[in-house]
Design a protein around this ligand. Sequence first.
Ligand SMILES: [Fe+2]
Length: 384
Amino acid sequence: MNDRLKAYAAANVLVVAALEPSIVYLTELLYGFGLFNLNTESKHLDKHFLKQIFNYDLIFFDLSHTQFEVNCQHIQNIRATFSESYLPIVGLLPAVNSLGSADLRSANESLSSIKEKALHSGITDFITLTDDAIDVSLRLSNVLEAQAIHKTTQSQNHFLENLVAHRTDELLIANADLANLNEQIDKSSDEIFERLARAAEFRDDTTGKHTERVGNLAALIALRLGMPEDYVGLISKAARLHDLGKIGIPDSILLKPSRFTPEERELMMQHCQIGAELLSGTESELLNMAQRIAISHHEKWNGDGYPNNLVADNIPLEGRIVAVADVFDALSNDRPYKQAWNKEEVLTLLKSKRGIHFDPDVVDVLVDIVTPDDSDSYGTAVAA
Ligand SMILES: [Fe+2]
């Protein structure tokens, strides 16, 4: 007895044979090797039956009778249906002397032809009625061992596939959560920025509309100057914090309706450094631009501005843009300490300061954007 076969005593075996003698022979053969989980099938294998094939560990086909061609077709169907399964199929070959050939040579040729066709159909191995029992037991243990290894590998593969799918699902969910979190953080950042801008403007413009209009106008000017989309997006927000430093200026000065004394003016001018200080020490591109605007929006093209007396292109572009947008909007609208000018007057003033106070290119762009009768069209032009 082959000891290796004992490990597969529980194997499910199917015997497909049309003739009773073949069924009896194969059944007794398999019982003799300790394989008792047998089913036999003598009819044609239909689609319903094919579904059950997967439950077996080994199939025997009787290839020794006249339905050889039909059985080869069945084997092909099984292989096509279970292409990813090893599933050993062993064929019982006819005895050489039963082939009705005229001589031994012809008989062997007929047997070879049967083997070749069965092999082409997908047979795994053969036995014959005359084989030695040890040979047969070795073949059975080999194919059952291969089947067991294949099933174990398949099971491990399925486990790993399920594990990967599960981990992938978890990763997708985590990514979605992260995206939602990032979206919430972005919204919160925008809201905090918006409220900071309102706080900066609150004491001398409770509507908060001045900073909003300056942001929109600065973005529109930047766009007309040919600046890239990222820059336009940044300046639309950063410009709103240009006067953040006013938080540090006393109300007695900030809201004073009459002209400043030299000391008061000196204090008021400090809002640039205060704002820059508040916005310093960050890696945020947005806050860095806001800082450059806070420190430079009162510089003048000819160097007469403050706090650093920068000249022309030495003034950051965003500072030169906001300088024009800020003055234009402040003069064009009512403020707590003054009434609005009409836009023609404002444009005339800006043009008169072109190349003196303001960057000439920025003034030219503003004049293109704003016409005396266009009301606040720029106020929504970029935001929209
Ligand atoms: Fe200012």
